[in-house]
Ligand binder design. Structure first.
Ligand code: FAD
Ligand code: NAG
Length: 509
């Protein structure tokens, strides 16, 4: 550590006078062996001087408690230090320091993205937004201001007693940040749209360190880019989202045997067709295979926005023979906690995605291939093994709502739906099996993609929040949207902080 560099850096952060330094250069990261180590040591030391209690090293007790994430791949990365800002101003200081020192950094909200390096970084700086989690209501309770590190469970606990809801995550431990920036499919999306379509305004720290607002009236190009743009434009510190009235709902999980497969997928097809007639309903048709069961079952999730037991929209699903049923009246938060419970957090994880036009037969054929390929791993040799194949409708109502607030960057709203989206995931225990399960996920998805193409059902859309690192979501938004995103990135991050220094997760360039 060069003491002189530290002093210069601390001084230049503190005395930063000019409002925008658009011409500042970020060094190239050609020499990966030097990546972050020396540069980030300086940044960490500077942050420690300024914010001693918010800068954590491996030797600090709190460091270990904060090294949590859904995928083990991100728990194992050891940053030079973790920084936990409490305000946008503190985020800005960290971004300026990282930029000036050419230090690689990662941004974490809930830590659920199952991509190595998405929310943590070896030898770099990890900016952990967990303490940037304040919640407040404005505009006569029409808008909830959500700190970017808040977890959805906290948001529901805050809103529900006030009779309010928001289009948030379906698991209580998912973070606001990653979920909204990728799109965000909620229980209530049939009625209100994806999460990004319900954001009225973003507060964001740019690569320059400036804290700006992106909304329909302020930086509208950035506003559109953030609706699907992930971590490519800056660090969002606050999301201002539309609320809606919400009380108790009807929902829960129903389990079925694989013998119900054809009927369940047929029901999904009809649900997708009928959804516009009753937009209060949401479904996830999910198959899971775990060694403790010795096989595969369906564990499907059904939610309905009114506390009405057994709404007819679910009749085709509920007609099937059940082996488990938790359907009941409860709050969104209750259902999000229920879905959280069986999640295999802390093991090795991957996610893959595929989208195709609504069809009753294709899901069955993909399921057969997936089950045959996954079956050998259910022998108990890895007790941490879990195979998941979840299918969800992307209804015409969701697509229509993508035009809300001026439109998003996903390119989906203009396509003819409805669609079915697959979220395929494997969970396993040991890094030595990484290649096996990454190859398996790709094999199943490629099988499904080919079949969909042969039948004229395939759609190129790759959902940011479900895509593997080998699947680039931005290339799937359509050429015009991608070009617009690149243009907006050049405008708001001319020195390339969020393309060159923030290297984890899905990158636009
Ligand atoms: C078990 C499970 C269930 C899921 N269920 C759903 C679901 O129902 N619907 C759905 O749509 N998705 C779902 N997802 C996907 C989930 O939305 C994504 O994994 C999402 O990225 C998680 O957000 P996070 O903040 O928890 O993750 P993180 O890993 O912390 O962040 C994800 C990415 O976003 C970036 N990021 C986070 N916050 C910010 C910020 N404030 N500014 C800039 N960049 C930021 C990070 O750098 C990272 O690249 C699920 C995922 C899991 C593991
Ligand atoms: C149930 O399935 C039948 C076809 O078997 C279909 O006509 C009907 O619309 C479906 N009902 C719902 C609510 O999806």
């Amino acid at each position: 550590m060069h003491f002189r560099n530290l002093l210069i850096l601390s001084f230049s952060i503190l005395s930063r006078a000019s409002p925008i330094e658009t011409s500042v250069e970020v060094g190239e990261y050609g020499d990966l062996s030097k990546r972050g180590v020396q540069q980030c040591a300086i940044v960490c030391a500077a942050l420690e001087v300024l914010y001693p209690s918010k800068t954590l090293y491996q030797t600090d007790a709190a460091y270990a408690t904060d090294q949590i994430a859904w995928p083990q791949q991100n728990i194992q990365l050891q940053p030079k230090c973790r920084f936990k800002p409490k305000s946008a101003k503190e985020v800005s200081v960290a971004v300026i320091a990282a930029r000036k020192a050419n230090c690689f950094f990662a941004v974490k909200s809930g830590g659920h993205m199952p991509i190595k390096g998405a929310s943590n970084i070896q030898d770099g700086l990890t900016i952990d937004l967990k303490d940037l989690d304040s919640l407040s209501l404005t505009n006569g309770n029409k808008i909830v201001q959500i700190g970017a590190g808040a977890l959805w469970g906290e948001v529901y606990a805050y809103l529900n007693p006030k009779g309010l809801g928001v289009t948030g995550g379906r698991l209580s431990n998912i973070g606001a940040g990653g979920f909204i920036l990728g799109g965000g499919i909620s229980f209530t999306s049939n009625k209100y749209g994806w999460a990004c379509d319900n954001v009225k305004s973003y507060e964001i720290v740019l690569g320059s360190g400036d804290i700006v607002t992106a909304s329909a009236s302020s930086n509208p190009d950035l506003f559109r880019a953030l609706r699907g743009g992930g971590n490519n434009f800056g660090i969002v510190t606050r999301f201002d989202m539309e609320t809606h009235p919400e009380g108790n709902m009807w929902g829960g999980m129903i389990q079925n045997l694989p013998t119900s497969k054809d009927k369940l997928y047929e029901a999904l097809y009809w649900f997708n067709k009928n959804a516009p007639k009753d937009n209060k309903a949401g479904v996830i048709i999910a198959s899971v295979g775990v060694p403790s069961l010795g096989g595969i079952i369906f564990a499907n999730d059904y939610e309905y926005l009114d506390p009405t037991p057994n709404p007819p929209i679910f009749d085709n699903f509920t007609a099937e023979t059940q082996i488990g049923n938790t359907m009941r009246v409860g709050t969104y938060g209750d259902f999000a906690a229920e879905l959280n419970a069986p999640v295999f957090s802390g093991l090795r994880q991957n996610f893959f995605t595929l989208v195709f036009k609504n069809d009753a037969r294709l899901p069955t054929d993909i399921w057969d291939f997936w089950a045959q390929k996954s079956q050998p791993f259910l022998d108990g040799s890895d007790p941490g093994f879990l195979a998941t194949l979840a299918m969800q409708p992307i209804t015409e109502s969701m697509l229509a709502l993508m035009a809300k607030n001026g439109g998003n960057s996903l390119g989906l709203g203009s396509r003819k739906g409805p669609f079915i989206i697959i979220n395929l995931g494997y969970t396993w225990s040991s890094p030595t099996s990484d290649n096996v399960f990454n190859a398996l996920g790709a094999e199943v998805i490629n099988f499904g993609k080919k079949l969909a193409q042969q039948r004229g059902l395939w759609d190129e859309f790759l959902y940011h929040n479900y895509a593997d690192i080998s699947q680039n979501p931005f290339d799937s938004y359509g050429a015009a949207n991608k070009a617009q995103l690149v243009k907006t990135q050049r405008k708001f991050d001319p020195s390339g902080v969020f393309s060159k220094l923030v290297v984890g997760g899905h990158k636009l360039r």
